[in-house]
Design a protein around this ligand. Sequence first.
Ligand code: KE4
Length: 430
Amino acid sequence: MTQSEELFERARRVIPGGVNSPVRAFKSVGGTPRFIRSARGAYMEDVDGTRYLDYMGSWGVMLLGHDHPAIRGALERALFRGTSYGAPSAGEVELAERIVEMVPSVDVVRLVNSGTEATMSAIRLARAATGRNRVIKFRGGYHGHGDAFLVAAGSGAATLGVPSSPGVPAETAAHTLVAEYNDLESVGAFFDAVGDDIAAVIVEPVSGNMGCIPPVEGFLPGLREVCTRHGALLIFDEVMTGFRVGPTSAQGLYGIDPDLTTLGKVIGGGLPVGAYGGKEELMRLIAPDGPVYQAGTLSGNPLAVAAGLAALGYIQEHPEVYEQVEALGAAFDRGFEEMSGRVSVPLVWNRVGAMGSLFFSDTPVTDWPTAAASAGDRFNTFFHAMLDREIYLPPSAFEAWFWSAAHTADEIGRTLASAEEVISGMTDHE
Ligand code: KE4
């Protein structure tokens, strides 16, 4: 029995599913999750001593790679100043100032502890600001585990086949309208029907939670227009795309001005930080400026803020990070394009910036139905064959691959060669 198997057995006795977040459990791909004991740069090492080339990157957090010296140094210095105060600290101001400076649409921002807290709070704010109740999300979109979002959700919810979770009151779910990603007509239909009660549209500007699916031409501008026309707020959930698809996130990349933005992952440098922010007149409604309540014991935690500041500071001082991850992404583009002509299994590779997904599909993957059609046994076979080659992909067809400035062209080459070796061995019916 491996040490991961032993730990998994122990874990399942005292933790639901043996994990603290469902998608880590390998439930859809099968097998035993690897228990990790350390990570550095582009690699993670499990408790049995196997070293993996990592394309999870803590689900998108590690744009700079694991254990980056700038982040470790900031944490070491912060440790000597205590771990939590429950009172404001300078680092929180600096991180907020940096987010305001780096995210085009954000004038005022509130720090929280996770992406879920950020999206839950953004929805509450949108409802308060508009006096309306309904929210439009997209099938396969994932915005954390807040009640309003566990309706036709992607990521781990879709992976486990529970896109709409038990425990969410029907009255709550009734306020969540589910449209189709990349389909403006499906959004327009809701606005035509109940537009005067729609508080917001929340969207992953690049979908990452049904695999990586870029917005089609006109989709994001169309959302901006229909929200403005009906007095609804446009919320860009950039928890995953923030600082990952480019230095000004997806809103800068696509030139869209959302009313609210949610952030997480990269901005915490690996520690728990989420944030929501946007136009001043909206954010001033948040307590204690205004009546919309939201709070958190560890929000703006000095250690987490130190790591986040180090991450964003490094990104600002080293813009070459984006040239590096873009070049690695382009290598994947070329590699999979060429591979498609050599293997019999149909492949679709979608990528934006430093996130991408490989689909076993003979049609373009542009929405939930085409993403869902490509999931299944073939992905699971591929996942484990790559894991056996010490290449750790996200354990779900409804997730994106993430690479970092610590990955090298040689490692991308090795990944492509391993992928081709595995896929060439697949038969059409597998
Ligand atoms: P957290 O509460 O997990 O920090 O963030 C929720 C969230 C919100 N919005 C988007 C676009 C997200 O991708 C996420 C979380 N992403 C998943 C991975 N697809 C987290 C992994 C997990 O659930 O363990």
